[in-house]
Write a protein of this length. Sequence first.
Length: 410
Amino acid sequence: MTRINENYLKLKASYLFSDIAKRVTAFQEANPEKSIIKLGIGDVTEPLPAACREAFHNAIDEMGTREGFHGYGPEQGYEFLRKAIALNDFQARGADIDPDEIFVSDGAKCDSGNFQEIFADDIKIAIPDPVYPVYVDTNVMAGRTGANIDDRYEGFVYLEATPENGYIPAIPEEKVDLIYLCFPNNPTGATATKEQLKMWVDYAKDCDALILFDAAYVAFIRDESLPRSIYEIEGAKEVAIEFRSFSKNAGFTGTRCAYTVVPKDLKAVDESGTEHSVHALWNRRHCTKFNGVSYPVQKAAEAIYSQEGKKEIRSLTDFYLENAKVVRSAVEALGFSCVGGDNSPYIWVNANRPSWDFFDVLLNEAGVVTTPGAGFGRCGENHIRISAFNSRSNIDEAMKRINHALTAKA
Ligand code: MLT
């Protein structure tokens, strides 16, 4: 019989959010009369901005004409979108990124999961803990780790984010080759200052490492002193790849559009020490395995950079941040300490008890779904993540129910 890739056997049986969905379905089947409010997976709930819908409609109408029809587009994305991204997300903030350093794709999950493919099997990888599970699982699938022992894969260098360090991991003492970072962080909602990012960029330069920087939640930053992109840090273009997404700022989780920045200055070496362009390798991989995002979706994404689009995504992200404030103050009023929710849609709650137990209490007693911190790694134990992506009425109702469930129990 055909043999499998045995690295898959090292993975946990199912992906975190599938695991939670199974528990929620089982609970709903056993309690059909109970209403459930989902503040678990970070999926947006509010409608697509009008500017995006209009651009989407117009592009579909164009596709219905012989002159305006589009077949396969450029794998890297249409020039109109790459130019709008480079100008608005980077050049406007003093980061010198060129449109042809941008690769448009169907999701930051795919890009942050796939990027590791272009590196050697035996590189040393630094992974945050807690962490978005995609970075871990894709490296396990690729065979870069040993077994999982006590919720830790052999072979990774773990960057621990704990209450003691304010959930900002320290630079490792040893040298690594590849570093995953995410700010504003998923799951903790913590943010990094320019000085903190500079330390990572300097460390990467010192050890000839590359940084995979996930900035999917950047649109939630309101603190003007915080960097929006790693390329605002001097020298980052020589060491960092950045992932961005239209999912959380413009409500594209179901529409699918994202992009990855791969500067042309980035180099990695082969076994003999000869340098190669990371941009060229990623371009080769992208063109082989990906055929581009559809024309109407790219037109809809471009619309967020119009004057109207900018206003609409600002009010969309303001709306979720207001939800986050409601969640954070309700949870703090119950005596829990939290991070996130101010420049991020996630609130990371120190539950002071096993996270799956707390998840079960909130599901069973309040009908509210959260994400147990242990699902994000060993340092996530005793925490839960609450997502602010929902309607205001559901957020208010969820906080009322949690308050009732926890104070009635006390
Ligand atoms: C999350 O809940 O962590 C996110 O929705 C996951 C994702 O964006 O893929």
